[in-house]
Design a binder for this molecule. Structure first.
Ligand SMILES: Cc1ncc(COP(=O)(O)O)c(C=O)c1O
Length: 387
C-alpha cells in the first residue's frame, strides 16, 4: 500500500500511472547476494528513497532478506529509518560541517568520518549526547571522491585512536569505495584493493581494531570476490538492476520496480504529421499514436526521446517525438489500442517488458538513474509478503 496516500485516494491516484514495487524481489535479491558472498555481512544501500523504491519498504524487505546493515548517504535518511522502527545497524556516510551528528549518535546511527576536523566535530557531539559514536573511517584508495587520501590517512587514524582512547568514539569499521568495479578487469580495481590493504594496516598499527572492513559495491559484490572482506555494500543489485553495461549478472537479480501507466488517448494521424515539441519525428505513413501520461517530471528521460520502448497489449512500441514534462507519444502503427490500455514503461524483461537497462541505453545513462529518478508524482504501490 502507498504510505503517502489515504486509502480512498489510491485508486484515483494510480489511474494514470504507478510504480509497483515487488518487495519479495528485494528480499530474494538480498538473500541471493548474501549466499553468493558466503554469508558475509550484507549492508543494503537504501539511500535516495531506496533508489526510488521507497526507503522504509525497501529497508524492511532488505532486512527480511538477510541484510544485517543498512547504508544511507544522509543522517536524515538514517533517522527516517529509526523513526520507522528499525533498530539494527545503520551506517550514514555523507555529512557537511554542522550536521545533525548528535541526533544520529543518540539514535545509534554509525557515522563515516573522512577527516580530522570531522572526527573532532563528531567527538564533541558524542560528549554532548553522552554516548560513544560508532565510526567507520573512510579511506580514499583511488576513487578520488570522498574519504581521506593516503597522505592524510596517518593523521586521521591517529586522531581516531586518540578520540577512541578518550571514550568519545569507537572505530567499528574502515571502508573504501571502488571507481571501476563495473569493469572488473580495470587495472584500478586491483590497485585500489592493494592501497586499501595498506590503509587498513596503518589503522591496525595505530591501535584500532575495526570489525567491519568493506569495499564492495554491487558490481564488486557480484564479480570480485577479493573485495568482499568482512562486509559488502550492494545498492542497485538489491533492486534487481544489473550494474554492468551489458545488463548481465552472475547472480539472478529480479527487477523490483515496474513503472506502468494507462494510455490517455489513441488517435489515427496521416502521413506527414510532426510529433511533439520541435517536430523531431514526422510520420511517414498513416499511423496510430498512443499518448502515455508520464513525462520527464515523472522521471521518463527526455534524452530517450525517439528511442525508449514500452509494452502495450504484449507488443513493444517506440517513443516518437520529444518526451515532454507530463507525457510522451508512442507509435502504435496499425496495432489495436484504446485509451485506458495498460502500458509498461519498464519492468521485468522475463515477462517481455522493457527493462530499466533498456531505458538507460535509450537515454545514454545507467539503470540507477532510471529507477532513482521516478518522480514523487508517481504513486508507489507495494506487492509481496511484506506489502
Ligand atoms: C559508499 C557507497 N557504497 C555502496 C554504494 C552502492 O553502490 P551500488 O548501487 O553500485 O551497489 C554506494 C552508492 O553509490 C556508495 O556511495
Amino acid at each position: 500500500m502507498n504510505h503517502h496516500l489515504a486509502s480512498d485516494e489510491i485508486s484515483r491516484a494510480t489511474l494514470r500511472a504507478e510504480a509497483v514495487i515487488d518487495l519479495d524481489a528485494i528480499s530474494a535479491n538480498v538473500s541471493r547476494l548474501h549466499a553468493h558472498v558466503q554469508s558475509r555481512d550484507v549492508l543494503a544501500v537504501v539511500k535516495a528513497d531506496g533508489y526510488g523504491h521507497g526507503i522504509i519498504e525497501s529497508a524492511r524487505a532488505a532486512r527480511a532478506g538477510g541484510a544485517s546493515w543498512l547504508g544511507v548517504a544522509l543522517i536524515d535518511e538514517a533517522l527516517q529509518l529509526r523513526e520507522a522502527g528499525d533498530t539494527d545497524p545503520i551506517l550514514s556516510w555523507l555529512a557537511v560541517p554542522g550536521e545533525r551528528y548528535a541526533e544520529g549518535i543518540a539514535a545509534g546511527v554509525e557515522l563515516a568520518a573522512y577527516s580530522v576536523s570531522q572526527l573532532d566535530e563528531i567527538a564533541l557531539a558524542a560528549r554532548q549526547v553522552g554516548r560513544r559514536a560508532g565510526i567507520h573511517l573512510k579511506f580514499d584508495s583511488g576513487l578520488g571522491r570522498g574519504g581521506a587520501t593516503p597522505d592524510e590517512w596517518g593523521r586521521v587514524v591517529e586522531a581516531a585512536a586518540a578520540a577512541q582512547e578518550a571514550g568519545a568514539i569507537e572505530v567499528t569499521g574502515v571502508f573504501s569505495h571502488l571507481a571501476c568495479a563495473d569493469e572488473p578487469e580495470h587495472p584500478s580495481v586491483k590497485a585500489q584493493a592493494l592501497e586499501f590493504e595498506v590503509g587498513i594496516g596503518q589503522a591496525l598499527e595505530a591501535g584500532l581494531e575495526p570489525k567491519h572492513l568493506h569495499l564492495a559495491n554491487s558490481p564488486a559484490t557480484l564479480a570480485l570476490p577479493d573485495t568482499w572482506l568482512t562486509m559488502v555494500r550492494p545498492g542497485i543489485a538489491i533492486y534487481g538492476v544489473s550494474p554492468f553495461a551489458d545488463g548481465q549478472s552472475p547472480v539472478l537479480l529480479q527487477p523490483a520496480m515496474t513503472l506502468r501507466a494507462r494510455l490517455a488517448l489513441v488517435k489515427r494521424v496521416p502521413a506527414g504529421q510532426g510529433i511533439s515539441y520541435g517536430h523531431t519525428f514526422t510520420t511517414t505513413r498513416e499511423t496510430t499514436l498512443g499518448l502515455v501520461p508520464l513525462g520527464y517530471a515523472d522521471g521518463v528521460p527526455r534524452h530517450a526521446s525517439n528511442q525508449g520502448e514500452v509494452l502495450v497489449r504484449g507488443q513493444r512500441f517506440r517513443t516518437v517525438g520529444r518526451v515532454c514534462m507530463d507525457q510522451f507519444v508512442i507509435d502504435l502503427g496499425d496495432a489495436e489500442g484504446a485509451a485506458g490500455d495498460p502500458v509498461v514503461i519498464f519492468g521485468d524483461p522475463s515477462r517481455g517488458e522493457p527493462s530499466a537497462a533498456d531505458w538507460a541505453v535509450a537515454a545514454d545513462t545507467i539503470g540507477y538513474e532510471i529507477v532513482t529518478r521516478v518522480g514523487p508524482r508517481v504513486p508507489r504501490s507495494y506487492v509481496g509478503a511484506l506489502a
